[in-house]
Design a binder for this molecule. Structure first.
Ligand SMILES: C[S@@+](CC[C@H](N)C(=O)[O-])C[C@H]1O[C@@H](n2cnc3c(N)ncnc32)[C@H](O)[C@@H]1O
Length: 396
């Protein structure tokens, strides 16, 4: 009986295929599919299929899943519409039961292929999937709540068993920061009244006292790592001059400070606030620091700057720091790091890097990186303060 059925369905498939190939044009095939003859033959074919049983056995889980509209990247904490096509290539119809429903399941995996800690999204398949009759499904999928380089895995699941496993659809997808949290420093500075709010424009300080405390703590940290009153300090992304303010009380007449920032208003503010000999301010470009006196600084600082630059920009800014530092000069910089990220992911509002990638960049420029501070950031990332010392520099 099984042999008769499969011969018959084979003949019907061949007949319909021949018909459609003869007509050849896609539009003609679509037209044909609307006809009573087509539907009649399809009805007979469906009726002749062997019963599926309660759970589809492994030998009949032959088919193909396709993600029809994959984006190039998605924003964190959004819902995207996923359009899928499922093709049953087995000789039986796929149909779940109330006790063992069939579902299409989307699961976010980390870049290492491990399940990400976010519940999978499933869609029940409520009508039979007949052989050689692809069906499309749409489902709303929440994106991960953190940035990273993820993989979206789509599979068919019945009774907790993934059908395709290694052959499931696995699409690498970068999750970037949500647009709502992005920022543009130029417009931030344009809109700010820096005389009044220079201290909160630049960071997440809750009060002026907290800002003042932070500047003192930062100075102490720099002193612990070699800053002296005679040092020349390079402050890239100096903002409204928090470190200029504290360094002016500490610096001797031999010391000096060079501050730069992409924000023109911030630089104009600093020039007015700190008209001090040996203190220089200039507006910089995204990857260029327009001080021309090479090899003159003892220490370069990037405070909350690489948390807003893309990794290739970070690399170029580190090169600029190296150019302006003495051969013994050190760099102190903080970054947000996460292993979910291959190199870097995020946006200007908040950029996250892979710490090994950051350390590799430093090593390529000839620096050894050491962690001098570390704080939890979100459940998958931490904030790290680094010191980068030139390789084989005994005195720094
Ligand atoms: C969060 S604020 C920190 C300011 C200052 N470093 C502080 O800690 O008070 C980041 C600053 O980096 C600046 N910035 C962002 N990208 C930059 C770049 N590529 N080069 C120079 N400055 C940049 C912004 O304009 C902004 O002033």
């Amino acid at each position: 009986m099984l042999a008769v059925r499969s011969t018959f369905t084979g003949i019907v498939d061949a007949l319909t295929l021949t018909l459609s190939l003869t007509l050849s044009e896609f539009s003609m095939r679509s037209f044909l599919k609307q006809t009573s003859l087509w539907r009649f033959l399809r009805g007979i074919k469906r009726g002749m299929l062997p019963p599926a049983g309660k759970v589809i056995s492994a030998e009949h889980r032959i088919g193909k899943l396709e993600w029809l509209n994959p984006p190039a990247a998605v924003e964190a904490r959004q819902t995207i519409e996923v359009q899928l096509r499922v093709l049953n290539d087995s000789p039986i119809a796929w149909l779940g039961t109330a006790a063992a429903p069939l579902t299409v399941r989307c699961q976010w995996l980390t870049r290492h292929g491990k399940p990400f800690d976010q519940d999978p999204t499933s869609l029940g398949i409520s009508s039979p999937l007949f052989p050689a009759e692809p069906q499309e499904f749409r489902l709303s999928l929440p994106t991960p709540d953190v940035v990273g380089d993820f993989i979206l895995q789509v599979d068919i699941v019945q009774e907790g068993q993934s059908w395709f496993q290694d052959k499931a659809v696995r699409t690498p997808l970068t999750v970037i920061g949500s647009r709502a949290t992005d920022i543009d420093y130029h417009s931030v500075y344009r809109q700010a009244n820096l005389q009044e709010n220079h201290w909160w424009v630049v960071g997440a300080y809750h009060s002026k006292e907290e800002y003042d405390r932070s500047m003192q703590q930062r100075l102490d940290m720099l002193k612990d790592h070699g800053l002296t009153p005679d040092s020349w300090l390079l402050d890239i992304g100096c903002g409204t001059g928090q470190m200029a303010q504290v360094f002016r009380q500490f610096a001797s007449s031999k010391g000096g400070y060079s501050g730069c920032d992409i924000g023109r208003e911030a630089i104009d503010f600093c020039k007015k606030e700190f008209p001090i000999p040996n203190f220089h301010f200039t507006q910089s470009e995204m990857t260029r620091v327009p001080f021309e006196t090479n090899s003159t600084h003892d220490m370069a600082i990037f405070f909350s700057v690489f948390t807003h630059t893309f990794t290739d920009e970070t690399a170029l800014l580190l090169s600029e720091a190296k150019r302006l530092l003495k051969p013994t000069g050190v760099i102190i910089a903080d970054v947000i790091t996460s292993d979910l990220v291959e190199r870097g992911a995020g946006h200007r509002g908040e950029m996250t890097v892979n710490r090994h990638h950051f350390e590799r960049l430093a090593a390529m420029l000839g620096y050894d990186s050491s962690v001098i501070g570390k704080w939890p950031w979100n459940r998958h990332s931490e904030r790290i303060m680094y010191i980068l010392r030139p390789h084989s520099c005994a005195s720094c």
